[in-house]
Design a protein around this ligand. Structure first.
Ligand SMILES: Nc1ncnc2c1ncn2[C@@H]1O[C@H](COP(=O)(O)OP(=O)(O)OP(=O)(O)O)[C@@H](O)[C@H]1O
Ligand SMILES: [Zn+2]
Length: 717
């Protein structure tokens, strides 16, 4: 007799033991149904062993006939859970994204001619046989093409002139062709591609940092490594920030490999999701392009993961299992012994540090191909060039946009603030409109006439009276949002086609993609956008980028603020001048002496990185030390505070660990829940996840209170 450990997709500490029925052949990775309470639940076998004497266990009910999860995938689930201090069941739930994918595709009847000529060849029967194709097809399709009723098709089956075939609804993906001709690479690109291909040929674990300036053709270069992986017969996963999954972006894959890749992101519907999951699990989908969650697809034979825009914060999942897909991609590659490519024009300090210390191969692309050159970046000191009273665009920005319009070129105005104005203030009493259940100011959205909380989505109609002093018409918009900048631009540039691009105006992911595609096609003159415009887009007609507020993001106590601001501004400036015409960027600022801005204007990354790394080293922050955050939240302020203190008091004593807090984070209250925060700083040798797990197990929060652990936090809100 055997016992099996079964992991269920639920948030419990681990796997459960079950007895394996005598006649059941079972292996690790098999999917099974087993009873939990009164329910039958689907789980996966994570271990097998001899039955223990005298221990009575429930029996597994059924083994599901489907391809098992690979041992590497099970290890990857366990690793993810351990590293991020989550339960393996929670991670398994991220893997099991489509139950229906475990079954074979549903089938649907298709029909095709047998070659037999029916004895009674009526005109409608003839129409079906002559005009109903291409075959095989569904009866309704054939009938529509032939202009007859579907009954005619079925009639032809009866007399043996047509046959019925049950074909899968979820068609397999077409094989990508690695030798489909791609773009001709420049010499520098060719060298970089060769290095990546050489890494692929090792057929072992490796990490390469593809560090190339904006528009240097990193995509074309890593395509060569993708091609090599495909030639080896393996599967390839390309992770991109969700917003980069545009038509234009996807069609680049199609151009290079001759077929559409499988696509995976939050807007993919149930049926395509089922299809992708199954085809990936069976090893038949060779090329997958997806957002961060694609990393948890059960690839049968993965040979390469590319993490494009590796510095991007959207790789960090901030809810449920808190994990960083870039880091977990490296873990996955290590477990399955294959290659990873991290690509970015602005690599994270961690990745740069790893590249310099020799842990990652460092492959550099210092220039753009052909005639394209990097945009010239200038600073506009707002002290010397103040905008007109009540305006936000300085004269140099206005002139640059005007010059672009005259040339028929596109411009982009960048401001990472949604809505019309970030603050609504009463001129009579000074009251600021605040979210009712969250520490955040309400933002005026003039397009919809509402005041909105950007953290929770709460919104209400813009009040006409001040809620505090009841003064009429006293509420005033303070500061700029993208709507207000667009309004100002419309005043300066009458007749220009101006569009706003932010998560409010774009709506669902498909609408966002559509707008990006229209921008790429040159259908917009001036795009006013938030950070959504930054990510990896190619707008060939864009020659000028104006940054409305270069200081946004530098304020506050976020240790990553400098790095993030630098990255964002390089990326946003890097959208300009990607084709023949040279590009230019101007950054409006009150702090022209800040090192991030100085480095930008000088085009000197080393200047910035040197200062930033030295500071991190001094403070023992990543990549020189480890960091974790704990967020304690609950509906009652006093109890949240006392739970936070209790958390600190039960902390295990350990060398090389320092606990900071509890303190109130910038968002002290979110959706009615009070929040307190701890930071845990650890010296390099410490196993921080292990420490956190031991600590976490010592405390049990009361109902409605939550303790969340965030390893290597990216958000400091
Ligand atoms: N060898 C080449 N010949 C001609 N055009 C090229 C070549 N390589 C790249 N390009 C073009 O240059 C543009 C930029 O390429 P790509 O998007 O791959 O750059 P990137 O390095 O990923 O940029 P970013 O990091 O800014 O997103 C694209 O339009 C691409 O088609
Ligand atoms: Zn008032």
């Amino acid at each position: 007799m055997q016992n099996a450990q079964i992991l269920f997709p639920v948030n419990v500490p681990g796997a459960f033991d079950y007895a394996v029925p005598k006649d059941m052949e079972l292996g690790v990775g098999d999917f099974v149904y087993a009873p939990i309470g009164k329910q039958m639940k689907l789980g996966v076998v994570t271990g097998l062993g001899p039955a223990e004497e005298g221990r009575k266990l429930k029996e597994i009910a059924e083994r599901k006939l489907t391809r098992p999860l690979s041992p590497e995938m099970i290890k990857f689930i366990e690793w993810t859970a351990k590293y991020n201090v989550a339960s393996p069941g929670q991670v398994f739930r991220m893997v099991l994204r489509s139950y229906k994918a475990l079954d074979p595709s549903p089938v649907v009847s298709h029909y095709s001619p047998t070659g037999v000529t029916p004895s009674q060849l009526t005109s409608s029967r003839r129409a079906v046989l002559r005009e109903g194709g291409p075959f095989p097809a569904r009866a309704s399709e054939i009938a529509a093409r032939a202009g007859v009723s579907a009954g005619v098709v079925k009639g032809l089956v009866k007399v043996g002139a047509m046959q019925e075939l049950a074909l899968p609804v979820d068609a397999p993906f077409q094989e990508p062709n690695p030798d489909h001709p791609g773009m001709e690479l420049t010499e520098g690109q060719e060298d970089a591609a060769k290095e990546l291909v050489a890494q692929m040929q090792l057929q072992d674990f490796s990490v390469s940092l593809l560090d190339g300036v904006t528009g240097s053709g990193k995509t074309e270069v890593y395509f060569e490594a993708v091609a090599e992986a495909l030639r080896q017969g393996g599967q390839v996963l390309i992770l991109v920030p969700e917003i980069a999954l545009t038509q234009a972006g996807m069609s680049r894959f199609e151009k290079r490999f001759g077929v559409k890749p499988a696509e995976w992101h939050s807007a993919v519907g149930d049926a395509p999701r089922r299809r992708v999951w199954r085809e990936v699990a069976q090893g038949r989908a060779k090329l997958v392009v997806g957002a961060r969650s694609a990393l948890y697809l059960p690839f049968a034979d993965l040979k390469l993961i590319v993490v494009d825009e590796e510095h991007d914060t959207s790789y960090k999942q901030e809810e449920g299992v808190i994990y960083n897909a870039r880091d977990m991609a490296i873990v996955r590659a290590k477990l399955s012994r294959h290659a990873v490519i991290l690509a970015s024009a602005t690599p994270s300090l961690e990745s740069l540090h790893n590249a310099r210390s020799g842990r990652f191969a460092h492959i550099v692309l210092p220039e753009r191909p052909g005639a394209a050159i990097l945009p010239e970046i200038g600073l506009v000191d707002l002290k010397d060039n103040p905008p007109e009273k009540g305006d936000f665009l300085s004269q140099p920005l206005i002139e640059a946009v005007k010059a672009g319009l005259e040339q028929g070129d596109q411009s982009m105005l960048y401001l990472n603030r949604r809505g019309y104005a970030p603050l609504i203030i009463c001129q009579s009493c000074g009251e600021k409109l605040k979210s009712p259940d969250t520490d955040s100011w309400l933002v005026e959205h003039r397009a919809t006439g509402r005041a909105m909380c950007h953290l929770t989505g709460f919104s209400m109609r813009m009040p006409t009276l001040c809620p505090n002093c009841k003064a009429e018409d006293s509420l005033t918009a303070v500061g700029p949002g993208v709507e207000r900048v667009a309004e100002e631009a419309a005043r300066h540039f009458p007749g220009a086609k101006i569009e706003i691009f932010s998560s409010d105006t774009a709506g669902n992911p498909n609408a966002i993609r559509d707008r990006m595609d229209r921008m790429a096609a040159g259908e917009i003159d001036i795009l006013v956008g938030t950070q959504m415009v930054v990510k990896g887009h190619n707008f060939p007609h864009l020659t000028f980028v104006g940054v409305v507020d270069g200081d946004l993001g530098l304020a506050g106590g976020d240790p990553r603020a400098g790095e993030r601001t630098y990255q964002t501004l390089v990326q946003v400036a890097g959208r300009a001048g990607r084709a023949e015409k040279p590009g230019r960027a101007l950054i409006q600022t009150h702090q022209p002496e800040h090192e991030a801005l100085l480095a930008l204007a000088a085009g000197d990354r080393e200047l910035f990185i040197g200062v930033e790394l030295a500071m991190r080293e001094m403070l023992g922050l990543p990549p020189f030390g480890k960091l974790a955050a704990v967020i304690i939240s609950g509906p009652d302020l006093k109890k949240t505070e006392s739970l936070s203190k209790k958390m600190v008091s039960v902390a295990p004593r350990a060398e090389g660990i320092e606990i900071l807090g509890p303190s109130e984070p910038p968002i002290g209250r979110l959706r009615g829940l009070y929040r307190r925060r701890l930071f845990i700083q650890a010296e390099p040798g410490v196993n921080l996840p292990r420490y956190m797990a031991v600590w976490r197990a010592r405390i049990r929060p009361p109902a409605k209170f939550k303790i969340q652990i965030d390893i290597d936090p990216q958000s400091f809100m």
